[in-house]
Design a protein around this ligand. Structure first.
Ligand code: PLP
Length: 405
């Protein structure tokens, strides 16, 4: 028999399946609210004007070639990226105790971070990572791949369509000391529910008291509120508190560079000596996995981060995306509450933040929306706000109203 005959068929990725079904639908009303990528008001992918400008600069640069980048990536990019998330005046950067490695976007940063922990974390028991319930589905697979078992922590409360704060704190307190907690830095995926600054302070306090390790995933800096600094607040606060942590950073959403795979892993350690040893081991891991990260996207982002004029322009582009999404949130809430008088409270749509909203619709209602309304969303009731636009939002609101009644 052929050696691969016993390989079981894996189920298709749920988002991929959803997109395929959307594409096959011939209705003129169809709406794709599954996709986790920004769309403009015409439902088209958006190349940021600042990215177009930076691309032109690269094209005209005769000094560039296609040689390999260093194993840990383009240093102008990683240095700029560290300042972006940790703050340009970050003492941790100034003291030389941060380690930054360029990765294959946010997914690669999560993987390298998980791999590094699996090899070097001072485990005092079974290898576990605490993940919010729910979380980005890939987190489970990424940690399992390196032999770390995911455990859920309470996060989303379906009754309030908000944060289960006391449940979360309880688990932080009850977990063994020095556990690893994965935290979404901002714009929690899939719920859009973030702790308030006050809640973050309490979370930090408990994490510090218990000696837990914070594994931050930051895939939406700037995209969430429209303000890069504001979305980095929790991470910077944790650094300030001296909580040991790492941050996975993606430029997929905030620079619209999804397919270019631009990201970084930043680890904040206690001193320069530790940082250089950590970096040496990350280089060894990176070498065996990808040898060297890709150059093009990192060059684009490096230009944008290090040129004050381009940086300002980028902030404007980020605002454009964040504001359009916020406008869609306000309009969807307004239509449901004030025009259609749909049963229930829809304030969570404007209180949630980032690309996604957890609508509170149940599996049955989601199915109904897709099958009879041609509206594609995941069965957990998550909708991508980026899939809404002035042309389809009324239709979507009417359909939600219909399935709720
Ligand atoms: N982490 C979270 C929470 C995400 O939502 C995403 C993208 O959807 C990522 C990480 C990684 O995305 P990428 O690998 O495209 O940067």
């Amino acid at each position: 028999a052929e050696i691969w005959q016993s390989v079981p068929l894996a189920p298709p990725d749920s988002i991929f399946k959803l997109t395929a079904a959307y594409k096959a639908d011939t209705s003129k009303d169809k709406v794709n609210l599954g996709v986790g990528a920004y769309r403009d008001d015409n439902d088209k992918p958006w190349i940021l004007p600042v990215v177009k400008k930076a691309t032109q600069i690269l094209l005209n640069d005769e000094t560039l070639d296609h040689e390999y980048l260093p194993i840990t990536g383009l240093s102008d990019f990683t240095n700029g990226a560290a300042k972006l998330i940790l703050g340009s005046e970050s003492p941790a950067i100034k003291e030389g105790r941060t380690v930054s490695v360029q990765t294959i976007s946010g997914t690669g940063a999560n993987h390298l971070g998980a791999l590094f922990l699996s090899r070097f974390y001072n485990w005092n028991g079974p290898r576990k990572v605490y993940l919010s319930n729910p979380t980005w589905a890939n987190h489970h697979a990424i940690f399992r791949n390196v032999g770390i078992e995911p455990v859920d922590y309470a996060y989303y409360d379906p009754k309030t369509i908000g944060l289960d704060f006391s449940g979360f704190i309880q688990i932080l307190k009850n977990a063994p000391d020095r556990s690893i907690f994965l935290l979404h830095a901002c714009a929690h995926n899939p719920t859009g529910v973030d702790p308030t600054p006050e809640q973050w302070r309490t979370i930090a306090e408990v994490i510090k008291a218990k000696g837990h390790y914070s594994f931050f995933d930051c895939a939406y800096q700037g995209f969430a509120s429209g303000d890069l600094d504001r979305d980095a607040w929790a991470v910077r606060y944790f650094v300030e508190q001296g909580i040991p942590l790492l941050v996975c950073q993606s430029f997929a959403k905030n620079a619209g560079l999804y397919g270019e795979r631009v990201g970084a892993l930043h680890l904040v350690s206690v001193d320069q000596d530790t940082a250089s040893r950590v970096k040496s081991q990350m280089s060894v891991l990176q070498r065996s996995e990808i040898s060297n990260p890709p150059a093009h996207g990192a060059r684009l982002v490096s230009l944008i981060l290090n040129d004050p004029e381009l940086f300002e322009e980028w902030k404007g582009d980020i605002k454009t995306m964040a504001e359009r999404i916020k406008a869609m949130r306000r309009e969807l809430r307004r239509l449901l509450t004030e025009e259609l008088h749909t049963p229930g409270n829809w304030d969570h749509i404007v209180n949630q933040i980032g690309m996604f909203s957890f609508t509170g619709l149940n599996g049955e209602q989601c199915k109904e929306l897709t099958e009879t309304g041609h509206i594609y969303l995941t069965g957990n009731g998550r909708i991508s706000m980026a899939g809404l636009n002035t042309g389809n939002i009324r239709y979507v609101a009417e359909q939600i109203d219909r399935v709720v009644h």
